[in-house]
Design a binder for this molecule. Structure first.
Ligand SMILES: Cc1cc2nc3c(=O)[nH]c(=O)nc-3n(C[C@H](O)[C@H](O)[C@H](O)COP(=O)(O)O)c2cc1C
Length: 440
């Protein structure tokens, strides 16, 4: 395994075939519906009045709504694991189910899991179950995640969920990063090793309630004692959290993230690769059970429903929507940012550890009633330019200089960024592939 991901298409051919079978298109034109409403206009306005609702109804809500899953948001087979994970008997498979529910970049679900210690994974020496977590090389984003830092961080996130889930069943766990060197598994989790940590039992209780929050946060600040407690629950393995809270610094970070988002969407290769992981229709979602969906964008229910029943937006319209949300919602309402700081962002074990800490932070936020959203446009752009996969060197120089003004030695040490705050609505479930697809 190398830190740099292979170049080429982000889409495994099997997935593309599945999409074709489902009859979906990569970039549907923004065809106006009857009444002149489109998904784009609805998303631009951000909310619908009564007239809009009538127009949506006139546009044939029933048929299109069923097609786009407007009546099935967060339910059906792609969401089964969210309710069924804790019923899995076998300790190994139960831990894997928890792992699959972890945050991960663009919902690529970049992992496979191998259980050893008995056919069902429950009869290993000393009652221990060993789960090797492997990278799935077909689930990378070589343009937007050029160094693979997010890919490995996603695996670290899964590791945390496995560890805390085991704790809820009274089992301790040990974790080794790259236990057999660069060619072996990314991580080895040994379940049933020692006693569980009390913090982990508490985090396991909110495991299935954690969802990325892309809606607005309220104006209520997050106090210093809460930030301290979150860091205590999350930090480990050499990963530290730098909080960005003061107004000036927070504004500077917000402006930087907005400018990085503008730069990302201006780059054709970055925009195209990101869009390839967006599931615009229910058929795409059912076929892939991965990727980003409209439901997870934190829209108010009326706008989300209207957007779901209207024709899908094009890639460019989606990019425009993302920039607008980043400017007007994500950064405008961030109560604080957490920068996950390591010694060297290029070291795979530190990328994995960063993911372990990220997921602990996300769970700790959920337990504290806070919302959280990773936002990594800045480092994605810097990595793309550094590795020559995309971007423009002058823009990267400006973004990098501003990043280093907020994060000391940030190019070398600033691994991941998260915004947090008090949510105004709960995040939605995102799809997951079933255990049969991830167990090897
Ligand atoms: C390493 C990493 C980087 C991520 N970067 C972003 C990001 O830049 N913007 C964003 O909105 N979400 C980001 N996410 C959140 C994922 O998109 C999200 O975890 C995934 O879609 C699954 O959804 P869920 O977290 O609600 O289960 C990131 C997650 C991880 C683990």
């Amino acid at each position: 395994m190398s830190a740099a991901q292979p170049q080429g298409s982000a889409r495994p051919s099997a997935e593309v075939a599945a999409e074709q079978a489902a009859g979906s298109t990569a970039a549907s034109p923004d065809v106006p519906s009857r009444g002149g409403l489109t998904r784009r206009t609805v998303l631009r306005r951000g909310a619908l009045g009564l007239g809009g609702l009538v127009a949506v109804a006139a546009a044939g809500t029933g048929v299109r709504g069923a097609l786009n899953g407007a009546f099935q948001v967060g339910s059906g087979a792609p969401y089964d694991l969210w309710s069924g994970w804790s019923d899995v008997d076998d300790l190994g498979r139960y831990a894997v189910a928890a792992g699959v529910l972890a945050a991960n970049p663009h919902n690529t679900q970049p992992w496979t899991f191998a259980l050893t210690g008995g056919t069902s994974g429950t009869s290993g020496a000393g009652g221990q179950v060993v789960v090797d977590v492997h990278e799935d090389p077909a689930r990378t984003m070589p343009v937007n995640d050029a160094t693979g830092r997010e890919h490995l961080a996603g695996i670290g996130c899964a590791v945390t969920n496995m560890v805390v889930a085991a704790a809820a069943r009274g089992a301790g766990a040990t974790v080794a990063y790259l236990p057999d060197g660069p060619q072996g598994p990314a991580a080895r989790v040994t379940l049933g090793a020692g006693a569980p940590h009390e913090d982990d039992v508490a985090l396991a209780r909110v495991l299935a309630d954690r969802h990325t929050t892309r809606g607005a946060f309220s104006a209520e600040p997050v106090g210093a004692p809460t930030l301290r407690r979150l860091a205590e629950q999350a930090e480990r393995d050499g990963v530290r959290i730098q909080w960005v809270v003061e107004t000036d610094e927070r504004t500077a970070m917000g402006d930087l993230v907005v400018d990085a988002t503008v730069a990302v969407v201006a780059d054709e290769a970055m925009s195209q690769e990101a869009f390839s992981w967006f599931r615009s229709t229910r058929a795409q979602l059912d076929a892939h059970r991965d990727g980003l969906t409209l439901d997870c964008q934190g829209l108010d229910p009326v706008t989300a429903f209207a957007a779901a029943v209207l024709p899908a937006s094009s890639r460019r319209q989606g990019d425009e929507f993302w920039v607008k949300r980043t400017r007007d919602v994500h950064t405008a309402t961030a109560a604080a940012y957490a920068v996950l700081v390591v010694d060297d962002v290029a070291v795979p074990a530190q990328q994995l550890a960063g993911g372990v800490v990220l997921q602990r932070l996300l769970l700790a936020c959920t337990a504290a009633g806070l919302g959280a959203q990773p936002m990594n446009q800045v480092t994605e752009y810097l990595d793309a330019v550094a590795l020559g996969t995309a971007g423009d060197a002058r823009t990267a120089a400006d973004l990098g200089r501003r990043w280093e003004q907020i994060v000391p030695d940030g190019t070398r040490r600033g691994l991941l960024l998260v915004r947090i705050g008090h949510p105004t609505r709960t995040g939605a479930r995102s799809p997951r592939r079933p255990l049969a697809h991830v167990l090897v």
